[in-house]
Design a protein around this ligand. Structure first.
Ligand code: MCN
Length: 773
């Protein structure tokens, strides 16, 4: 019987729960003996010319062996956005600031000490003469360049444009009874992984670099390091220790990682670095950071005729992956809806804030948040139940690929079924009745019901011929197995699921299969883990390699049993080949590995990305006197095709939902007008904890994809995408009867309270005027 689809417990957990993980800062290796420690001196000013840096006092401090500034690393290339041609490459990030510091937290120098704790004191003795320049913090100011042009060579603050805003269709909303438009904020958030960034680096006598770095794919980290150090990737070995969360922000490598490697080479000594939480909050890339203008129009019967999305993306101080996010948002702009007409454009600008990068969902949650808010605004305007408006506009079920106006090819979907399922699971009718009672009674604490429908893209790939991943499967003479994978789990449980997939084919118990990743000398190629690509590509590769291994073994078994290969059956129960009709004539798989290694490496290529979808309902209580929001329920349908391990898939949904809900009502990175971060500690950044969320109610739905033999789509980001707009819509819904139409995220008590203060009181939803905070 197949174990696929069963709740196999995570094989990773006994280790984590007993001896604990080995994170980069814990790595013990003789090559790292006597390592020096790197501490970064970071700019306290958002925008300043660096007149001079004097490290002499720091060099006299206890334990300090060296100090370096941007001038020492002036030969190294800039860290550019990974999309050449699309993003202005002059806006790349130097390893250490050269003449200009561009955000609070930007590394401007390093001090090198013998003891890790000496660095912070010594760094204070580095005397940097800053000549403050006017900062550009506000997005609107950044666009027109009035506040200043941050990269004079570029002559503009615009790092990238997606579509031509000047050529938007002036007739798009012709014939609509109702048109609603609003600018909404998809605020900047911090990834805040439990393990902050770190690195350990040493150069061998052969001139090769070995670097231990927490990352989402050692191969991508190797490429990024090679680019930043200007050396051949073949001269780098990246090793990935345990990773304590990444959420998109540990893809590739950051300037700090390159600096640590550079220091190790320069000093001929191993070097280590582990950042503080404060550094992590100001210097690791942030996520989201979009200002969106949605316009939606249609008939009073609820049919949406036209939708427009205009995106202004904050890239932060340097154009890194964040600069590219609008492209993903535009791709998914109409979501699961069959709008008659739709258009979307985007523009990315640089500001004097922390660079923006990928954060769980990267561009797709922003698309969903925009369209789901637009649908609710439209529903309120025409006075129709938002569930009915969604019902009217969702694409009908399809099993053959559907191409959208934005060029996305949705593989399969049944969006209306997901919506009906979640409404039934939530008892939507009952909730509305409860809400009506509280409204009639004028309760201080009102009930809000919000929903979202979404479709997202997982496993996107730039590779010609289709996204792909490799796997190597080996069976050993003792009956155990080893898998090498190009994916890079950091909480997703690939060790368990990849072993399940091989076990299912080979009949080797899960606990006798070792899964390895994250060493570029052992596994030179791999796409890593991001974009929820791993199962549909990496897992599919493991299954394919296992099947190919059985083919190789079959021939060996035929020779051994002096039988025809076609007459052999493989019995997974015994992990052995037997002659059909003569089970006594058999040979175990393990024996076939005795004389010659039984190993297969394969590459699985997908025809394209897959498009998971779902629908969420959130129920909140909002205190109309204090503005406090309590999240009471989240009911979620997340259809990721065939689920291979429900325990892991549910874990991903739980984590994703919590993160997404946190964006709706808690988390936000805030800067003051001078670009000083006001959320640089966990006392100020309201990181979500278990106390703020209820137990989630997960309903099952599985529409298999034909894009891989597993039938699986990605689940790693789904929770984040569906939950944010559901919670935001619920909070606004709680106050809709008072005339509140919109509250920007996060719907903090202050924002909710302010929205209430400016609400027209008893004005019915459906008035022509929109209200917000
Ligand atoms: N799975 C399944 N059936 C499916 C889909 C997935 O059983 N139909 C299982 C997979 O086998 C795997 C897990 O669910 O064990 C997630 O698989 P997948 O959807 O392929 O996503 P990835 O493994 O590629 O994970 C990436 C995704 C992303 S992009 C971010 S960001 C994210 C996330 O995963 N960051 C995380 N989840 C995280 N979880 C933790 N603990 N930490 C992070 O940093």
């Amino acid at each position: 019987m197949s174990i696929l689809g069963t709740r196999v417990l995570r094989t990773e957990d006994p280790g984590f729960l007993t001896t604990g993980g080995v994170y980069t800062d814990d790595v013990v290796d003789e090559r790292l003996a006597g390592a020096c420690h790197v501490f970064f001196v970071r700019s306290p000013i958002a925008h300043a010319r660096i007149r001079s840096i004097d490290v002499s006092a720091a060099l006299r401090a206890p334990g300090v062996s060296a100090a370096f500034t941007g001038a020492d690393l002036a030969d190294l290339p800039l860290l550019a956005a990974p999309m050449p041609g699309m993003i202005d490459e002059r806006m790349g990030q130097p390893p250490l600031a050269r003449d200009v510091a561009r955000f609070v937290g930007e590394p401007v120098a390093v001090v090198i000490t013998d003891d890790p704790y000496q660095g912070e004191d010594a760094a204070e003795l580095v005397d940097v003469d800053y000549d403050p320049l006017p900062p550009v913090i506000d997005l609107a100011g950044a666009t027109d360049g009035e506040a200043g042009v941050l990269f004079p060579d570029a002559g503009t603050n615009v790092a990238a444009s997606f579509g031509d805003a000047a050529r938007l269709n002036g007739d798009l909303f012709d014939g609509c009874d109702v048109v609603v438009t609003r600018t909404i904020v998809n605020q900047r958030v911090a990834p805040a992984p439990m393990e902050t960034r770190a690195a350990a680096a040493v150069w061998g006598e052969d001139g090769r670099l070995t670097a231990w770095i927490p990352n989402q794919g050692a191969q991508g980290t190797r490429t990024a390091l090679a680019d930043m150090l200007g050396i051949d990737p073949a001269d780098i070995r990246v090793i990935t220790p345990d990773v304590g969360g990444a959420f998109g922000a540990k893809f590739g490598a950051d300037p700090e990682h390159a600096v640590v490697c550079w220091v190790a080479r320069r000093l001929g000594r191993a070097a280590r670095w582990a950042e503080t939480r404060n550094e992590n909050l100001v210097a690791m890339t942030h996520g989201r950071a979009q200002r969106q203008t949605v316009t939606i129009g249609g008939g009073r019967d609820g049919t949406v005729a036209a939708y427009r999305l205009e995106i202004l993306q904050d890239a932060g101080a340097y154009a890194r992956f964040g600069a590219f996010l609008p492209a993903l948002t535009i791709l998914m702009a109409p979501g699961p809806y069959a709008f008659g007409r739709a258009e979307a454009v985007g523009k990315t600008v640089v500001t004097n804030t922390t660079p923006v990068g990928a954060y769980r969902g990267a561009g797709r949650p922003e698309a969903t948040a925009a369209v789901e808010r637009a649908i609710d605004l439209f529903s309120a305007e025409i006075g129709m139940d938002p569930a009915d408006v969604r019902r009217k506009n969702l694409l009908p079920k399809f099993i053959e690929p559907h191409t959208t106006a934005f060029g996305a090819v949705y593989d399969s979907g049944d969006y209306a079924a997901a919506l009906e399922k979640v409404l039934a699971a939530a008892d939507y009718q009952g909730l509305r009745e409860d809400q009506a009672k509280r409204r009639a009674a004028g309760d201080v604490v009102q009930l809000g019901i919000g929903m979202s429908c979404y479709v997202e893209i997982t496993g996107p790939g730039m590779e010609a011929g289709g996204p792909r991943e490799n796997a190597t499967v080996e069976v050993h003479p003792d009956g155990s197995g080893t898998i090498l994978t190009g994916t890079s789990p950091h909480g997703q449980g690939h060790a368990t699921v990849w072993a399940m997939l091989a076990s299912d084919e080979l009949g080797i118990p899960v606990d006798r299969i070792t899964v390895k990743w994250g060493d570029t000398d052992l596994i030179p190629e791999g796409g890593g883990t991001g974009g929820s690509r791993s199962l549909q590509q990496g897992g599919a590769a493991v299954q394919q390699a296992s099947r190919e291994l059985i083919d190789v073994a079959r021939q060996r078994a035929a020779d051994e049993l002096e039988a025809n290969a076609a007459d052999l059956v493989f019995d997974t129960g015994r992990s052995a080949f037997a002659v059909a009709g003569d089970p006594e004539a058999s040979v175990p798989l393990a024996r076939l590995a005795e004389e010659e290694r039984l190993v297969v490496r394969t590459v699985f290529t997908a025809p394209g990305p897959t498009f998971p979808f779902g629908a969420h309902v959130a129920v909140v209580e909002v205190d109309t006197e204090t503005g406090k929001v309590v999240l009471r329920r989240i009911v979620a349908v997340d259809d990721a095709g065939t689920v291979i391990n429900p325990l892991l898939a549910e874990g991903q949904r739980h984590g994703g939902i919590a993160q997404g809900a946190a964006q709706a009502f808690l988390e936000e990175v805030i800067y003051d007008a001078d670009g000083n971060p006001l959320t640089a500690t966990f006392a100020d950044y309201p990181f979500l904890s278990a106390t703020e969320v209820p137990s989630f109610e997960l309903a099952d739905m599985a529409t298999p994809t034909s894009y891989n033999p597993l039938g699986a789509k990605g689940i790693g980001e789904a929770g984040t995408i569906g939950s944010t707009p559901a919670v935001q819509n619920a909070i606004i819904d709680a106050l809709a009867h008072l005339g509140v139409r919109h509250i920007d995220m996060p719907a903090s008590p202050q924002r909710v309270w302010r929205a209430l203060q400016s609400a027209p009181g008893a004005a019915a939803a459906g008035s022509n005027e929109s209200r917000d905070a």
